[in-house]
Every structure is written in C-alpha cells, then in structure tokens.
Design a protein around this ligand. Structure first.
Ligand code: SAM
Ligand code: DTB
Ligand code: SF4
Length: 340
C-alpha cells in the first residue's frame, strides 16, 4: 500500500485523511464479494465516488485495434478464433507491412481514436518480428497517437526495446481467475503471464491487463480475476473487461453463458472501486449490450471503449452508434466531441 494512504478501517473501507478510499493491494475475495453484493444503489454510489475522485466522469477514452498478424497461433486459449488448435475458419496471415499499419492508424486517429493497439497472434515475438513492430510503434507514435501492442510473452530485453521505440502500453491479460485459468488455457501458465507483466513494468511501459467474462466461469471467478489484478504490485493503468465475443469452433462455445446485464454492471463497479485510478475499458462484447447497459457500465466507472467496426476478428458496434450514444449521455470523447 502506498505510504500516507493507510487510514483507519471503517466498515471494511480503508480511507486516507481526506476520506477518499485509499489505493490498496491487499484485497480479499470476501471483500470483493461483499462489494459485489451491496444493494445496487450503494454499490453504484461507491463506484461513482471513486470514479469522480479520480477521473472526469463524463469522459470516455477511445482506442482502436488492429490485428497486425492474424491466426495460426500456437497457444490453445479456448476462447480465441486465432488459435491453430481449433477449426474456426479463420485464414492465417503474415505480419502486415508497416506502411499499411500506419495508414490504418491514421484513419483510426481521424475517426476519433486516441490510442492505437496492434495485436499479433504469437506465443512470443521473434527478434526479426520485434524489429518490425518497433518500427510500427515509432511510426504510429509520430501520428500523435498513444501506442499499445499485444504480442504474447516478452523477455526483459524485448520489453526494453519496445519502450525505446516509444511504446506507451502493453496489453497482456490474465484472462480469468487462477482457479478457472487451466480450464481455458494449457499452453502458457498464469505465472508466465505475470512474469511478462513484471518485465513490461520493469521496462517502464504502462500495463493494460484484464480478462474475459461469459466463458462459463462463476461470479467467484470474475471476482477472483479482479482480486488478482488489484493485488498486482501496481494496478494496471488500463483494465479491459471483455465479454466473450462468440467464435464458432472453439471449446468455450460449449460452456459459454452470457452474464446477466446487472451482474456485468456490478462487476465493472467492483473493478472501479478496487482499482480507482485505473482506466476500465468496456472491451469486447459491446455488440451484445444495449445502450442502457453501456450507460449503466459508464455510471459504474467504465471510461474507455474500443471504437471501429471490428475488434481483431469479431464485431464491434458501428462508430456512428457509439457517437450517438455518447452524445445522448452528454459524454465527451475524441469520437464525438473533445472535453471542454
Ligand atoms: N496473442 C496475444 C496474447 O494473447 O497475449 C494478443 C492478442 S489476444 C487476442 C488479447 C486478448 O483478447 C486475450 O487475452 C483475451 O483476453 C481477449 N480475447 C481474445 N478473443 C476474445 C473473444 N473471442 N472475446 C473476448 N475477448 C477475447
Ligand atoms: C483486450 O483485452 N481485448 C482486445 C485487446 N485486449 C487486444 C481484443 C479483443 C478481441 C476480441 C476477439 C476478436 O475480435 O478476435
Ligand atoms: Fe494466441 Fe492470443 Fe488467441 Fe491466445 S488469445 S490463441 S495467445 S492470439
């Protein structure tokens, strides 16, 4: 826990001398469950208080995704269209050329994205591939965008090279709870992921780390995932909450169950309270959410979205629908209107 923020416990809360909830790294699953079970209005009030103490509650960050190398992945993540272990009908591609990536980034910027996230379906990058990606990062940075990449596991020197190239964020998700993890992925361990996250931090890159819900896990697993994230040595600056986007042919298809909308809003609120200074992204799965549910999630503390008609291989709401929703909610973003 950060110095100077340790205050008296009242009713399970730790507050600083100003009465603001302190940043904590010692969350228990029982505490997470207690928050989750609060009467909805009380939970929302706590989440809103945390949100307003740390962010402009009327602003939403916009990020855009590009799959720079699609499919043929050696990992067996049971939710993913890009794993070579499953027949999902997806055609594998080679790494894109830098000029094409930069042209796509420019279009995304002009369409309202503040951050550009480049994803590759690798277990880990080879050195030659990393050279290419470093070039892409520097070129996208020159467009005035924040940069993010997700390339699988990294060594320390690889993370350092990405930082030198100007990388702002590295996305690497824990995906689910420690208990459920082995039901979903067997080719890389949760500890492998945590080790990569530590190398990313060590290199001075900001961490984007979250997971997926709707794969058949219990509420306890969703909360276990949040506890895992909130008890990392530092909270990830960015926490993507993905609702599983349906993919035919993967094992998760047999277990998937879309969470009830209220439970999603509750989960976002718990994430906001436990990691009050992290940007919480309503990531994959917005295609299944009504405007009302998205509004509820923004109230619960979500303050980032992916924009653009596709994520990596699956659908995302149309930009015009997103802009319209943010307008109706009086929220600012690069997509509709800049913050005042
Ligand atoms: N291959 C890299 C890796 O896994 O580290 C990066 C790309 S991977 C697609 C990034 C994240 O997207 C995964 O960790 C997972 O959380 C999320 N994801 C993948 N497929 C998804 C799906 N069908 N629905 C929702 N989220 C998904
Ligand atoms: C994250 O947590 N969500 C994004 C990003 N990190 C790379 C990916 C979502 C992928 C959804 C499935 C697809 O489009 O293939
Ligand atoms: Fe590969 Fe990433 Fe998909 Fe896992 S989530 S199969 S590592 S692309």
């Amino acid at each position: 826990m950060a110095d100077g923020l340790v205050g008296p416990r009242d009713n399970g809360r730790v507050r600083d001398s100003h009465g603001i909830d302190a940043i904590r790294y010692d969350w228990t699953r029982t505490e997470a469950q207690t928050l989750y079970d609060l009467p909805f209005a009380d939970l929302m009030f706590r989440a809103q208080s945390a949100h307003r103490a740390n962010f402009d509650p009327n602003h939403v960050e916009t990020a855009s995704l590009l799959s720079i190398k699609t499919g043929g992945c050696p990992e067996d993540c049971g939710y993913c269209s890009q794993s070579a272990h499953y027949d999902t009908g997806l055609k594998a591609t080679k790494l894109m050329a830098q000029a094409d990536v930069v042209a796509t980034a420019r279009r995304a910027r002009d369409a309202g994205a503040a951050r550009f996230c480049m994803a590759a379906a690798w277990r880990n990058p080879k050195e030659r591939d990393l050279d290419e990606v470093c070039g892409m990062v520097s070129a996208v940075k020159e467009l005035g965008m924040e940069t993010c990449v997700t390339l699988g596991m990294l060594t320390g020197p690889q993370a350092a090279r990405l930082r030198e190239a100007g990388l702002d964020f590295y996305n690497h998700n824990v995906d689910t709870s420690p208990e459920f993890y082995d039901h979903i992925i067997t080719t890389r361990t949760l500890q492998d992921r945590i080790d990569t996250l530590a190398r990313v931090r060590e290199a001075g890159i900001k961490v984007c780390c979250g997971g997926i819900i709707g794969m058949g896990e219990a509420v306890d697993d969703r909360l276990g995932m949040l506890v895992l994230l909130a008890n990392l040595p530092d909270h990830p600056e960015s926490v993507p909450i993905n609702l599983w986007n349906e993919v035919k042919g993967v094992p998760v298809n047999d277990t998937a169950e879309r969470p009830d909308p209220i439970s999603l809003a509750r989960l976002v609120a718990v994430a906001r309270i436990m990691m009050p200074q992290s940007v919480v992204r309503l990531s994959a799965g917005r295609q299944y959410m009504t405007d009302e549910l998205q509004a509820l999630c923004f109230l619960a503390g979500a303050n980032s979205i992916f924009i653009g008609d596709v994520l990596l291989t699956t659908k995302n709401p149309q930009a015009a629908r997103d802009a319209n929703l943010l307008d109706r909610l009086g929220m600012t973003s690069r997509l509709n209107r800049a913050p005042a």
